[in-house]
Design a protein around this ligand. Structure first.
Ligand SMILES: Cc1cc2nc3c(=O)[nH]c(=O)nc-3n(C[C@H](O)[C@H](O)[C@H](O)COP(=O)(O)OP(=O)(O)OC[C@H]3O[C@@H](n4cnc5c(N)ncnc54)[C@H](O)[C@@H]3O)c2cc1C
Length: 277
């Protein structure tokens, strides 16, 4: 294991270095260095993004919020803007690791690592986030679900980096719910996690977005459950059908953190909790 760690001064320098060698980009390093340590990857070069992604960490636009890929989980969790507009994102960021980790680890790293149990992905999927990628040839924007391909795999091309995340603001009175079940309460990767945003008008569901983590190769937005619940009252009556639909949308695996059957039960239980809340 041997690599060169370089800190490009600006984007131009980064693009030149990216064209040259087998590289990995570095943000907080909390996933990257674990993978190197475990011999899962073996880069010749590591290119630190610190000086490359400029501008504010958070920008409050009229109808959206732009988040720099280098914003840390601590910055998201502690931001009055994020807490006001997207409590689900603030809560999911607060649930990542311990305080030291949250001050190092970035939301861009959480996205690009593409783990099915990544906590901020739960919120970003439910909030219909889009991502801006930049390369020497310009930039492109795509929805988060198109960017994440499978565990550890993304649509990030060679020579590209993730610059920012944009989330449309929610208009009206939304309820937010985040649930993360791990083997212990803190500092753990989830066995199953769930995010939920809901708007009711005259007691009926007008808009609902649900996302589940660690129950399939990618984060799941169970369309059939969302479509079934729209226009209905959120009462116990909807539970049997919603639970059946959900079971058909998820395909968890068994691993050291939990069995597939346990994960299914936790997912269904999370849905029950929302209805009972
Ligand atoms: C002890 C411990 C506890 C953890 N607990 C949790 C937890 O509770 N929940 C959770 O979700 N995760 C957890 N993690 C995983 C990790 O901390 C997060 O995924 C974190 O957000 C990664 O961010 P980072 O900035 O450290 O990324 P890095 O390690 O720097 O990078 C991760 C990957 O993304 C790429 N990358 C980073 N930034 C960019 C960019 N802007 N453009 C393109 N590619 C980029 C890197 O090349 C690398 O492949 C934990 C990790 C540890 C070690």
């Amino acid at each position: 294991m041997g690599f060169e760690l370089l800190v490009p001064e600006n984007k131009d320098e980064l693009f030149t270095l990216m064209a040259e060698s087998n590289y990995y980009l570095l943000a907080g390093g909390t996933d990257l260095f674990v993978k190197i340590e475990k011999d899962l990857i073996n880069p010749d070069r590591i290119l630190d993004l610190t000086n490359v992604i400029e501008g504010p960490k958070l920008e409050d636009k009229a109808d959206k919020v732009r988040i720099s890929a280098t914003a840390t989980h601590g910055e998201l969790a502690g931001s009055p803007l994020i807490n006001r507009e997207f409590p689900l994102l603030a809560e999911s960021a607060e649930s990542v690791g311990g305080v030291q980790l949250r001050n190092m680890a970035t939301v861009g790293g959480n996205i690009c690592n593409a783990s099915p149990s990544a906590d901020t992905l739960i919120a970003l999927y439910a909030l219909d986030a889009s991502l801006k990628l930049e390369s020497r040839n310009g930039s492109r924007t795509l929805p988060i679900d198109e960017f994440i391909k499978s565990p550890g795999e993304t649509d990030l091309g060679r020579g590209e980096f993730l610059k920012s995340i944009t989330i449309p603001k929610l208009s009206g009175n939304y309820r937010h719910f985040f649930n993360k079940v791990g083997r212990r309460n803190a500092l753990d990767i989830s066995v199953c996690s769930m995010g939920f945003v809901l708007k009711e008008t005259d007691g009926k569901i007008e808009d609902i977005r649900i996302s589940f983590g660690a129950v399939a190769p990618k984060i799941v937005r169970p369309d059939s459950v969302e479509n079934y619940l729209k226009g209905k009252k959120l009462t116990r009556k909807v539970l049997p059908e919603a639970k059946d639909l959900l079971k058909n949308e998820i395909s968890p695996i068994s691993d050291i953190r939990g069995s597939a059957e346990y994960r299914k039960q936790v997912a269904v239980r999370s849905l029950e909790e929302v209805v009972n809340s």
